[in-house]
Structures are given as structure tokens and as C-alpha cells.
Design a protein around this ligand. Structure first.
Ligand SMILES: Nc1ncnc2c1ncn2[C@@H]1O[C@H](COP(=O)(O)OP(=O)(O)OP(=O)(O)O)[C@@H](O)[C@H]1O
Ligand SMILES: [Mg+2]
Length: 429
């Protein structure tokens, strides 16, 4: 039996680039000649002819680039948006965790919102009462449950949203990238809940950028590309196809005439760059502490003596985190000619959660002549892992110790005279 069927679903948005966004712009607009109504209307198809079916009791994953229409598709399934054409059939009660705070009334408290959401789903007050403690417990909101949700932090909103969505007994649960928000411990509990749901025979439709998660959790996957279905079926092959395409696209970018992103004499070219996980599978998602291998495929158009290969890790466009190379590492490559592979293996990727940009390079032994340089052309994403969190981009493997007063007096450095304690009642300057 199918829980959700999308039959040639299309969704068109009308974009009005000249619509005022602020009061000032609206004022300025008053004194401007107005284009004839509709003159600057731009149509945009966020979904085109999307067809698929989700069997009841299965987990269905949706992947695709930013802006490919994933959230729009979820909103159409959740009946928040009407498709422009095509039909959606849903069998069962749906709860959806879409963008932050969607579905909540900002002026109402957390508790009141739970009742509101329940009534929208057709639950009786008694039925909501029966689940209230569980919801409040799962959301970990404490006394904030009686505070209007407009005062909630984003983490609190996600926790409440997820708690409500999973405890109000849906047949179909829709989640959009939620597992990427909230703290790690909570994400972990969400995942547990999703597993529990799957075991209980419920239907789950999830959007995620985490392809490994999609492979682990989903029975089937869909790849959306600019609003259209590119692949549908077994999650391993769908995510693989998507990854190959995205890598090839990144590489086409590297290959395109982009003088500020790639340069060199090209006697040696880096022809392909791959990121591999601990099992040797290509991916661009890692967790803090995971092994990472960066594999550079090269082609030397002539014999090159003592080349040096390097990689660079960057946070955004400005922070260069590290730039190791084969020469610093003492790997002497006498010469290269033709095709080959260089691997840079990181035992533990001790970066904290975020998006990192990767550069690769081949140069001569003096590091002054560049054969090929790809400046921040590749990206990898790191999610954090409980116990490995830190502020800033780097996690240093270390232990904390608390030596209490009983550990002995602190000895001053030689030559150090302690300042006299401030007299009580006076603030030190
Ligand atoms: N209400 C709207 N009005 C106009 N355009 C919209 C609207 N909602 C979405 N879009 C456009 O539709 C396209 C698809 O958006 P959507 O949010 O579904 O993408 P997505 O795949 O969820 O992306 P992301 O991975 O960034 O979340 C985007 O180009 C977006 O700008
Ligand atoms: Mg989205």
C-alpha cells in the first residue's frame, strides 16, 4: 500500500523582483513610475512533473542541491502548499517538521501550541493530555513550556517541533533537515526516535544533506535536480549517482576558465579530487574525529622531477587552517610521468562542525613554480560528534582535569610577587 503518491506534481512561483522589501523601499516606490502590472513578473518552476510513491511503513529520503525544490516538495506533501498542477495523495495522518517554528503560534506558550497542533491534527484534548508529559519531557523545555514560543531559542523551537511531530501519533512523519539542527545529544535522540518510528511500521519522508544518513536510514531515495526527478530507487545507487554528479560538477568548475580559482603551468594537472571515508567510500560528509583520505588523481604531461603535492584546508574564504604537503612530510617523489594518484590520509579529522573548503596543488620542489593550483574548489562538511564539540574550527584531542584545593598549594613562579587582595567593598581599578 502506498502512503504517499505524487503524480506529476509541479509548483510554480511568481517572483516579483521589484516588490518592496522594506518600508523605505515602499516609500521610494511611491515616487517611481510603476511598471505595468505583471510587466516584471518572473515565473519560476520549483517542481516539475515530480512523480513517485512511498510505500507505507518505509523510510524515504530526498537529496539534492540547495534550491533544488526539496522543501517545496515536502510542503506540498504536508499540504501547506498547493501544487500548480498534478496531484498528491496521502493516506494517513501527517506531522511535519519543516522550517523552524513553522506551525507554531508565536504568542502562545509551548503548552498551548501543543494543544493547538493536536487539534489541527484532529486529536481530542484528552488524547493530547495523555501525551503531554512525554512531549514536554522529550522537548526538555522545563518551565519554558509556559513561555510564549516567540521567546524560544532556535534549539528550543526544534526540540518542541520534533517532540510534537513524533508524539502526536502520525502515520507519516515528514522532516526537513531537522537532524542538522539542535545540539548533538538531541540530534541523537531524534535519530533514535526515527529508528523507533521505522520499526513501528510508520512512514517517514526525510530531506537530508547527509548522504550516509540517507543510506543508513532509507529504504528508497529520490534525487531532485532543479525541481525534477533525476534518480529514484535504491538509496545507495541514488546517493552515489548524486555524489558523482556533484563531484563532476565541482570538477567542471575547476576546469572552467576561472583564472582566480585555478592556475599554473599545467605540466602536471590534478584531474580529479576525491574525499574518502574510513571504508574508502567517496563522500563529502564527515564527523569530527573520522578518518579522511583526500585522493588526488594527476596527469603529468612530461617527466617532472621532484614534484610536491599539497592540500589546503580553509574555513570560508579567509581562514587557512592547515596546508600540508609531501615535501614537509618528507615524502620524496623522484619523478612522475603520466597518470597517478596521491593520497593524503588523515587519521582523525579533528575539525568541528562546519563547511570547509579544500585546495589542492602541485608544484616544483622549491614550492615556487606551480604546475596546477585549485584554490578552494572543493568542499567538505563536518558534523560534530558528541564529546568532540568545541568552539572554533579545531578539536584538539585532550582531557580535562579538575584538581581540587586538596591537590596542594599553587606555587608562585620565582620572582613573582602576588598583588595584595583588593580591600573589601572597593572595586579593583
Ligand atoms: N515562496 C516562494 N516564492 C518564490 N520562490 C520560492 C518560494 N519558496 C521556494 N522558492 C524557490 O524555489 C526553489 C526551491 O526552493 P526549496 O526551498 O524547495 O529548495 P531546497 O531544495 O529545499 O533547498 P535547500 O537545500 O537550500 O533547503 C528555490 O529557488 C527557492 O528560491
Ligand atoms: Mg530546504
Amino acid at each position: 500500500m502506498d502512503a504517499v503518491v505524487c503524480d506529476r506534481v509541479s509548483k510554480r512561483f511568481i517572483l516579483r523582483p521589484d516588490r518592496p522589501r522594506s518600508f523605505q523601499e515602499a516609500l521610494i516606490g511611491l515616487f517611481r513610475p510603476r511598471p505595468k502590472d505583471g510587466a516584471r513578473r518572473v515565473e519560476f518552476w520549483a517542481l516539475r512533473d515530480v512523480s513517485f510513491a512511498v510505500r507505507a511503513g518505509t523510510t524515504f529520503g530526498i537529496v539534492g542541491e540547495n534550491g533544488s525544490g526539496k522543501s517545496t516538495l515536502l510542503r506540498v506533501i504536508a499540504r501547506i502548499l498547493k501544487p500548480t498542477s498534478g496531484a498528491v495523495r496521502v493516506a494517513g495522518r501527517v506531522t511535519a517538521l519543516l522550517e523552524l517554528g513553522a506551525g507554531f503560534h508565536p504568542e502562545l506558550t509551548g503548552r498551548e501550541n501543543i494543544y493547538l497542533y493536536g487539534s489541527i491534527l484532529g486529536l481530542k484534548r484528552r488524547e493530547v493530555n495523555a501525551r503531554l508529559d512525554e512531549i514536554i519531557g522529550f522537548a526538555e523545555l522545563g518551565e519554558f513550556i509556559d513561555t510564549p514560543v516567540k521567546h524560544y531559542s532556535s534549539g528550543m523551537l526544534v526540540r518542541l517541533g520534533f517532540a510534537v511531530a513524533v508524539h502526536l501519533d502520525p502515520d507519516i512523519l515528514i522532516t526537513d533537515e531537522v537532524l542538522a539542527v539542535g545540539d548533538e545529544a538531541f540530534q541523537h535522540r531524534c535519530l533514535e526516535k526515527v529508528h523507533e518510528f521505522a520499526r513501528a511500521g510508520k512512514t517517514i519522508i526525510m530531506v537530508s544533506h547527509d548522504l550516509n544518513l540517507v543510506r543508513q536510514l532509507c529504504d528508497e531515495a529520490l534525487w531532485l535536480d532543479r525541481g525534477q526527478v533525476r534518480a529514484l530507487g535504491d538509496p545507495v545507487s541514488v546517493t552515489r549517482a548524486y555524489l558523482d554528479w556533484a563531484n563532476a560538477k565541482a570538477f567542471r568548475r575547476a576546469d572552467a576558465p576561472a583564472p582566480n580559482r585555478r592556475w599554473g603551468s599545467f605540466d602536471v594537472e590534478v584531474t580529479r579530487v576525491e574525499f574518502l571515508d574510513g571504508e574508502g567510500n567517496p563522500t563529502w560528509f564527515f564527523a569530527t574525529g573520522d578518518p579522511l583520505t583526500i585522493r588526488l588523481h594527476y596527469r603529468a604531461h612530461r617527466r617532472i622531477e621532484r614534484p610536491v603535492f599539497g592540500v589546503g584546508l580553509h574555513l570560508g574564504e579567509s581562514v587557512h587552517i592547515t596546508g600540508p604537503n609531501t615535501r614537509f612530510a618528507g615524502l620524496d617523489i623522484p619523478y612522475i610521468e603520466g597518470d597517478g594518484i596521491i593520497e593524503y590520509r588523515v587519521r582523525e579529522l579533528n575539525l568541528t562542525r562546519g563547511v570547509y573548503l579544500v585546495s589542492v596543488a602541485v608544484s616544483d620542489h622549491s614550492l615556487t613554480h606551480l604546475y596546477d593550483y585549485h584554490d578552494r574548489l572543493y568542499r567538505l562538511e563536518v558534523r560534530s560528534r558528541p564529546g568532540f564539540e568545541a568552539f572554533g574550527p579545531v578539536y584538539l584531542p585532550a582531557e580535562w582535569r579538575h584538581l581540587n584545593g586538596v591537590a596542594g598549594p599553587i606555587r608562585p613562579r620565582p620572582g613573582y610577587t602576588p598583588a595584595p587582595p583588593p580591600s573589601p567593598g572597593r572595586q579593583p581599578e
